[in-house]
Ligand binder design. Structure first.
Ligand SMILES: O=C[C@H](O)[C@H](O)COP(=O)(O)O
Length: 160
């Protein structure tokens, strides 16, 4: 079964969102692309779109997301506020690899004002090619993040 990917952008990055949406729609690794906006001419601000996109993943309707804004940072900050969602900006190939392999992230965030379109396309292509290995040493870190978020873990402001 292929991946279900949600794409989201604010007005500063709708062009990259639409280019990469088209790439994903013709990618054999992808079963479904869900576009939560914005569309050209829609001036909705990124916090609204980032929350909406992250909830698609939280609600189990998508496996991963690729979110876009001017820098990628506003979308990342926003998506991380949705419980259970791990999102980060990554503008180089190694970071994109580690975003999955070390961090088991759900969302790659890209900045249209920061990187060229061809690099953004390449990073999006690479992002969906990685699968987190739950038997790797990285799982303990992801588990600690989740435990802190749920209030069940040992990680507290005074724990180190
Ligand atoms: O992180 C925020 C984004 O880059 C957004 O697209 C632009 O925000 P700004 O207009 O506040 O810089």
């Amino acid at each position: 079964m292929g991946l279900r990917i949600v794409v989201a952008a604010d007005p500063a990055a709708v062009q990259y969102k639409d280019v990469i949406k088209a790439d994903l729609e013709s990618d054999s690794r992808v079963d479904e692309v869900i576009d939560v906006g914005v569309q050209v001419g829609d001036d909705t601000l990124y916090p609204h779109i980032g929350v909406k996109g992250a909830h698609v993943i939280k609600d189990g309707k998508a496996d991963r997301g690729i979110f876009f804004c001017g820098t990628g940072m506003g979308m990342a900050i926003t998506a991380n506020k949705v419980p259970g969602i791990r999102a980060c900006t990554a503008h180089d190939s190694f970071s994109v690899e580690r975003l999955i392999m070390s961090n088991d992230a759900h969302v790659l965030c890209l900045g249209q004002r920061v990187i060229g379109c061809e690099l953004a396309r390449r990073l999006a292509h690479e992002f969906i090619g990685y699968t987190f290995d739950p038997s790797s040493h990285s799982k303990v870190n992801v588990d600690l993040i989740n435990a802190y978020e749920s209030g069940t873990g040992e990680t507290t402001p005074g724990s180190c």
